[in-house]
Design a protein around this ligand. Structure first.
Ligand SMILES: [Zn+2]
Length: 606
């Protein structure tokens, strides 16, 4: 498929993909390597220094403009870097800032210039950066981390911020005494306050990441280990000890792991995601430290991204289903291989339930696999559709072509397209050549197509009668046959009993099964939603405690929505949000603000 593009490339310049979420012009000039030299200042909450950008140019002998993405960056100087000569300052223009894309930095490149130095600092509203003080961390020491996806890398580095653009990188990072930096690449050296890292495989900007804190490290094996704030290290090492086995199983299923190390980093409580697939260093939420290894599915998901997403990447955020749908499919194949078919089935059925819920609130255009976010920010539009409808698409392929044929197709994809980016059309072209069959309705239409595969789980079905009888009042809570239920069976059961229980019956259920005290978010979150809506006071108190102490974006949204349904909901939500806002990740805080303001009919907004 890539050979067929070559004649077009000769006419059109470099092989960049047009990306509606980037100002960059990679067909004219593309970054091939990036060398960062950064200082961190926790007092002013800013990060800065310089970056040297190495460039490929479609016409190196003429004058060309390079356009970089920036968001809220303070640009100090831009200079051409030439071997054996002093830096030569270059003219540049920082354009007007677009609310979604940020500001384009346009630099005029003289003939022959193939490297630039940009000196800069991050701004106060950098979307990628969360600076935490001692009281917000487990160690009591400050913590900083970056979240570059979806399009926030531009808020800490001026670069071409598109999943279709890849480059290698190196970094020199200076941090305050006693703190340890880690990055999504190989550690080269650490001397005093200065650490050096590098990534020798080309990656897109959204996979560049940095975290700094009072971190310790403990290994499981030669390729795997865990970084965490020191007080969390022993429990985190125990919780995720399946990691080395998971990596071996993943290689057997998907082909060689191409990234060297595969470590984990446990994040502070305000981290807004369950996990993020930064190469060589997956970031994971401390909410997964439950003590029962139930977070293994999240770890499987992030590990699967080492193939789907990090190795073969979506071309733009409109193609995000390619990254996430394929990753959820690979995740459940890993879960099946590691923990058995029943658990993978339970997770698939729960995933479809979430998808159907999301369908009910999404406009038809956002229910398609190939979305068009247009002028919206990708962060604001992401739903379960690329994940769970994308997953069902790959299950459909598996059932239509057979598992062996799909596996062979995927292994060829990971081999032939390694370290490249694919658009939906390019992927479908390849699929049609190797596993032909209709796919159009999945990509272009709302809802689920007629050939959507049926999913079932005996374990979840077994919880249905109990939910029905408890809802009707013909089964006492203490007689639930739930002694051996998995967290997923509990989640299914809680969804099944519906909003019919009043506070006293919720109290009886809680008394019998201690649900408010559960540490497992799969059980706790649906329980609190039910409990808060029914006015069960201990659930309301626990939900307030979680909302006040930060946490994942989806959890916060579900709990706030439940709170709004209380008689004094809007006032209560306003009070909690005002007190907790500074503890939330800035992106979560602003998305909650938008989400909660969408409900003026419910009595005003915080
Ligand atoms: Zn993912």
């Amino acid at each position: 498929m890539f050979n067929s593009l070559l004649p077009a490339l000769l006419l059109a310049g470099l092989p960049g993909i047009a990306d509606p979420f980037s100002h960059a012009n990679p067909r004219d000039v593309a970054i091939t390597h990036l060398a960062l030299d950064l200082d961190l200042d926790f007092r002013s909450r800013s990060l800065g220094g310089q970056v040297v950008l190495h460039l490929a140019r479609s016409s190196p002998r003429g004058v060309q403009d390079l356009v970089l993405d920036t968001q809220d960056l303070v640009i100090r100087t831009v200079a051409a870097v030439r071997r054996g000569r002093p830096d030569e300052p270059l003219p540049y223009v920082l354009g007007a800032s677009d609310p979604v894309l940020g500001a384009p930095l346009r630099i005029s490149l003289p003939p022959g210039v193939r490297a630039l130095r940009v000196a800069y600092r991050s701004g106060e509203r950098a979307g990628a950066l969360q600076w935490l003080d001692g009281p917000q961390t487990r160690s009591g020491r400050p913590f900083l981390y970056t979240q570059s996806g979806t399009i926030h890398a531009r808020s800490w580095i001026p670069l071409q911020d598109s999943p279709g653009q890849r480059f290698t990188w190196e970094a020199r990072v200076r941090v305050p005494e006693g703190l340890v930096p880690v990055m999504s690449g190989e550690l080269r050296s650490r001397r005093g306050s200065i650490s050096r890292f590098r990534m020798t495989r080309p990656v897109p900007a959204y996979l560049l990441s940095l975290a700094v804190g009072d971190l310790g490290f403990q290994a499981w094996g030669p390729r795997t280990g865990i970084h965490a704030e020191r007080p969390l290290l022993p429990s985190a090492h125990r919780e995720f000890r399946d990691m080395p086995r998971m990596l071996r199983v993943a290689e057997r299923l998907f082909g060689p792991y191409r990234w060297g190390r595969s470590d984990l980093l446990v994040m502070p409580p305000a981290f807004p995601y369950a996990g993020v697939e930064n190469p060589t260093l997956t970031f994971v939420s401390p909410a997964l430290l439950v003590g029962d290894r139930s977070g293994a599915s999240t770890i499987a998901h992030e590990l699967a991204h080492a193939w789907a997403g990090n190795l073969v990447t979506q071309a733009t955020w409109n193609d995000v289903w390619l990254n996430e749908g394929l990753t959820v499919y690979l995740e459940r194949r890993l879960v099946e291989a590691l923990f058995g078919k029943a658990r993978a089935e339970e997770e698939a059925v729960l995933g479809r339930q979430q998808l159907l819920e999301d369908f009910s609130s999404l406009p038809p255009a956002d229910q398609r696999l190939r979305v068009d976010f247009r002028s919206r920010h990708p962060d604001q539009v992401l739903s379960t559709v690329p994940y769970e409808k994308g997953y069902l698409f790959f299950v459909m392929l598996e059932r239509r072509s057979g598992r062996a044929s799909l596996d062979a197709f995927l292994r060829r994809l990971f081999r032939d397209c390694a370290f490249r980016s694919l658009s939906t059309s390019q992927f479908l072209e390849r699929l049609e050549a190797e596993l032909p069959g209709p796919t159009g309705a999945w990509i272009e239409e709302a809802g689920l197509p007629p050939d959507a595969p049926w999913l079932g789980s005996e374990a979840l079905d077994a919880a249905d009668p109990a939910a029905k009888r408890l809802g009707e009042g013909s089964l006492a809570p203490e007689n639930l046959p739930a002694r051996t239920w998995s967290p997923r069976q509990w989640a299914w059961f809680l969804a099944g009993i519906g909003p019919s229980l009043d506070a006293s019956r919720l109290g009886a259920l809680d008394h019998a099964w201690h649900l408010t005290r559960s540490r497992n978010p799969t059980v706790l979150v649906p329980w609190l939603v039910l409990g808060v809506r029914g006015g069960h006071a201990p659930a309301v108190a626990r939900a307030e405690e979680i909302l006040g102490s930060a946490g994942g974006g989806r959890t916060l949204r579900l709990l706030y929505d439940a709170m709004l349904a209380l008689p004094d909901g809007p006032a209560r939500v306003g009070r909690i949000f005002a007190q907790a806002r500074d503890r939330y990740h800035p992106l979560v805080a602003s998305s909650l603000e938008r989400h909660l303001r969408l409900r003026p009919a419910e009595g005003g907004s915080p």
